[in-house]
Write a protein that binds this ligand. Structure first.
Ligand code: GUN
Length: 282
């Protein structure tokens, strides 16, 4: 019988604990989110982040800009937030408008305020298994959820589908740092099904609706679904065909209510941790 990995409940536990910790601080931690343009999905994500931040007792600052903001203007916003002592955490919401390249901006965020852990300093530290200031939120949330259910990672075969800088690559490194045997797969991978069938832990971050069917997985696999696609009827679907695979798995995340809430919880935890680093609090 499959056990559902309840991301919603686990995230609530984490944010409830943060709420208590924040009450004991002299000053509220502040999270600044830069929302460049008006990508509708991003607008929903940013609203959800703000709602959670305020609920915990953080200050939330949203810097919303025009869709056609220039590179110089966006760099100026980042510089001002870096220099503002009242701001502890900075998030540049992705994707950026088409005329802008995220590579021109992510390394401009102060590594000590880089709440996503996307800058080269923090990613380099992650690669070397050497204490980044922040770890990317979705990958961190995946590992935390596995830990919460005492699922063994060490020496397991973990297969990751998708090689994005946001999820696929960093989660592969986190798994490797925990002594998992990691298989990284992507759109150019041949015979994916032969590989997925070997995986004890399958992390799906491909963004392809319900691509994982029961024939593709190992008996009693642990399935983590990072995909979110909206169906024609408005329902959210993952990369995994949940009803098809469920009975063959040992643990599985639902969509929604799995990795989504864990990502937001880790963003809040990272904000709190960056605040502590900046204030020299242990
Ligand atoms: N867009 C989708 N996911 C993320 C994320 O984790 N961080 C940022 N900054 N943008 C995103």
């Amino acid at each position: 019988m499959a056990i559902i990995l309840d991301g919603k409940q686990t995230a609530k536990k984490i944010t409830d604990e943060l709420k208590l910790k924040v009450q004991n601080l002299d000053k509220k931690p502040s999270l600044a989110v830069i929302m460049a343009g008006n990508n509708p999905a991003s607008e929903v994500y940013v609203k959800n982040k703000e709602k959670k931040a305020l609920e915990i007792g953080f200050n939330s600052i949203i810097k919303k800009t025009d869709e056609n903001i220039t590179k110089e203007e966006l760099l100026k916003i980042i510089k001002e937030l870096n220099e503002d002592d009242n701001i502890n955490a900075i998030l540049l919401q992705l994707p950026l408008p088409k005329h802008l390249n995220e590579k021109d901006f992510l390394d401009k965020i102060d590594p000590k305020k880089d709440v996503d852990g996307f800058c080269s300093y923090n990613l380099g530290k992650l690669l070397k298994n050497d204490s980044p200031y922040a770890i990317p939120c979705t990958p961190k949330g995946i590992i935390r959820l596995l830990d919460e259910y005492n699922i063994d990672i060490e020496s397991k075969i973990a297969l990751v589908i998708g090689r994005s800088n946001i999820v696929g690559k960093p989660v592969s490194i986190l798994l490797l740092n925990r002594n998992s045997t990691v298989i990284m797969t992507h759109t150019k991978t041949k015979n994916l099904e032969n590989l997925t069938k070997t995986a004890d832990i399958l992390i799906c971050a491909a963004g392809k609706k319900e691509m994982i069917k029961k024939e593709m997985i190992k008996e009693n696999a642990v399935i983590i679904d990072v995909g979110i696609t909206r169906d024609n009827d408005g329902k959210l679907k993952g990369d995994v065909d949940f009803n098809d695979v469920k009975e063959k798995t040992s643990y599985i995340t639902p969509v929604p209510g799995g990795i989504g809430p864990m990502t937001i919880a880790m963003l809040m935890e990272n904000t709190y941790e960056l605040y502590k680093i900046q204030k020299g609090i242990k």
